[in-house]
Design a protein around this ligand. Structure first.
Ligand code: GYE
Length: 340
């Protein structure tokens, strides 16, 4: 049976996530959008339906299969709801996201959906959106700002809890002893920071477990492979397990381990986060041991939040979903029901 996470966090830590959206954490939310200019507009620049809501979506890029699934979910949901979606791909650059937001403000969009690449550096542009009365819904990653009323709502997983779940699974599988190498996500991003923190907390009670190498693999398969090759060269025969902040990097690491003549999933245990199809395939093949789900299908929740924000309704500050852990014991059974 897949284990169901029991932790639901509120307030400062980021929300939890997965299949069923649960608006927990009734926190704060006082901010929200009785702001001027947030009402549904009838605009002649909004394509075929003059009454369509105009929503700008600033996406990070396409570094992982998780992100591709998220983009699809948001595009599909916008289409379904007849929303005029203005999509911008920042190609992994915060400056491009800031430009996109400025451009959405100039286009007088009804709302902005932002997947922020890193946590810091958003305050000035969020202040501009706020001043223009445009609600900003953050999806999948959080930001650090002095005043959280600068955004309407954050729809994201609890990355600390994900890291902890990965650590607990691995500590158990290692029997409390072993050397781990860690592949981190994008430096400065909420999931990289929090998945590291949660994992370290999770292994802390096990004195025999150590992280012997830790480096960014930038959430990509190619970089995950490259960094794993370097780890294998610099610590030959010493690596018992890999912890990757996402599945794509784990899949890259699997390749590197095989190229080195070792058996991923057996000689070296591997645990990662996301729960994408490729991870399930690798578990069925016995090459990946465990993945912690992080649901990227955020389109419905994001546009529900947009609809409420433009209607002037108060939203919870954190909208969270439940995360689950999957390992080889259930992979074959559930793979066909996976939606991404
Ligand atoms: O885990 C990773 C991606 O922000 C939760 O970003 C997201 C992360 C996801 O590229 O695969």
């Amino acid at each position: 049976m897949p284990r169901v996470a029991s932790t639901f966090t509120c307030g400062p830590s980021r929300g939890v996530f997965a299949s069923v959206l649960i608006v927990s954490c009734a926190v704060v939310a006082a901010c929200v959008f009785a702001l001027p200019g947030c009402s549904k507009k009838s605009s002649s620049d909004s394509g075929s339906d003059p009454k369509a809501l105009i929503v700008g979506f600033s996406q990070i890029g396409a570094e992982s299969s998780w992100r591709t699934a998220e983009t699809k979910s948001i595009r599909d949901e916008a289409k379904k709801r007849g929303i005029d979606l203005r999509f911008s791909d920042a190609q992994q650059k915060q400056e491009n996201q800031i430009k996109a937001i400025n451009s959405f403000i100039a286009q007088k969009v009804d709302a902005i959906i932002l997947a922020p690449i890193v946590e810091t550096g958003w305050e000035p542009v969020l202040k501009q959106a706020f001043a223009a009365g445009i609600p900003v819904i953050l999806v999948d990653r959080g930001v650090k700002v002095s005043d959280d009323s600068l955004y309407t709502s954050l729809i994201a997983s609890d990355f600390v809890a994900e890291g902890r779940m990965a650590a607990e699974w691995l500590a158990n599988a290692l029997g409390g002893t072993g050397n781990i190498v860690e592949l981190q996500g994008t430096p400065g991003s909420a999931p990289a920071i929090d998945r590291k923190k949660g994992f370290e907390e999770g292994i802390a009670p096990h004195e025999g477990i150590r992280i012997i190498r830790s480096q960014t693999g930038e959430f990509t398969r190619a970089k995950g492979k490259e960094v794993m090759e370097a780890f294998l060269k610099s610590a030959p025969g010493q690596i018992n397990a890999v912890y990757a902040h996402n599945d794509d990097m784990a899949l890259g690491a699997i390749q590197a381990i095989e190229d080195a003549g070792l058996k991923p999933g057996k000689d070296i245990l591997i645990v990662s986060i996301d729960g994408v199809r490729g991870a399930f395939e690798a578990m069925v093949a016995g090459k990946l041991n465990c993945t912690v789900e992080c649901n990227p299908l955020l389109g419905p929740a994001a546009f529900d939040a947009v609809a409420k924000a433009v209607a002037g309704e108060t939203l919870p500050k954190n909208i969270v979903v439940q995360d689950r852990v999957f390992d080889q014991s259930t992979a074959a059974e559930v793979i066909d029901s996976r939606e991404y």
